[in-house]
Design a protein. Structure first.
Length: 202
């Protein structure tokens, strides 16, 4: 199994890049695990309390479960991936069965900052976009898709997203084998990653 880790700050385009990579590959050969699915279950907190959680700190992620799941997949076993709701800001009761694949892509803001997880990646990629681009994209996405208002997005950006990016995410760039510039759509880089994957599948 080939395991590819893709990190980068919020709004840099990780999900978009992953979708573009996967789009033209055989569906049953490639699987995706997103760090977003592994936020700790916050069902015991009220909605107001959940609103105050720092979702950009490594402690907000259940890395133990994420690593255990990746190990299971590498051992040829299926996993029950949690489902996280960004609107409710907690895990849902349901899970999704993910089967082992020849290629697994693991994406998320902090996936290169966790040493144990990082060691499991055969290829480490960091997607870069300037912070102003990322903030604009984040504002548009969170208001449109995650039910947040302008004030909430900006407050969270200043108090958690930006400082955690500087402390944990940006420094993890040094572990990358490949940095994808993504201020603009980067089809060349996407094609290159797809070529590497195809070589492994073939
Ligand atoms: N290169 C790009 N140029 C313009 N918009 C982009 C680009 N890449 C992604 N986006 C948009 O930015 C938003 C955040 O992208 P997404 O892939 O969800 O980022 P991430 O997963 O890193 O948070 C989405 O609305 C997406 O359509
Ligand atoms: O309930 C939540 C949990 C997380 N977030 C934010 O999500 C981003 C990470 O996801 P990306 O898709 O990489 O942007 C992180 O910056 C958290 O602040 C959230 O808004 N709500």
């Amino acid at each position: 199994m080939l395991v590819i880790g893709i990190a980068g700050g919020t709004g840099c385009g990780k999900t978009t890049v992953v979708n573009q990579i996967v789009e033209e590959l055989p569906q049953n050969e490639v699987g995706v695990i997103s760090q977003d699915s592994y936020y700790h279950d916050l069902a015991h907190l009220t909605k107001e309390e959940r609103g105050k959680v720092n979702f950009d700190h490594p402690n907000s992620i259940d890395f133990d479960l994420m690593i255990a799941h990746l190990e299971e997949l590498r051992n040829g076993k299926p996993i029950e991936k949690p489902i996280y709701s960004f609107v409710e800001e907690t895990r849902l009761d349901d899970t999704i069965t993910v089967h082992p694949r020849k290629v697994i892509i693991v994406e998320g803001i902090l996936v290169l900052s966790n040493p144990k997880l990082r060691e499991m990646f055969d290829i480490k990629i960091y997607v870069h976009a300037d912070s102003d681009e990322r903030l604009i994209r984040r504002l548009q996405r969170d208001i449109k898709e995650r039910g947040h208002d302008l004030e909430k997005v900006l407050h969270r950006y200043q108090t958690a997203v930006k400082p955690m990016h500087q402390q944990f995410i940006e420094p993890s760039k040094e572990f990358a084998d490949l940095i994808i510039p993504n201020n603009h759509y980067n089809t060349v880089a996407v094609d290159m990653v797809r070529t590497i994957i195809n070589e492994n599948l073939g």
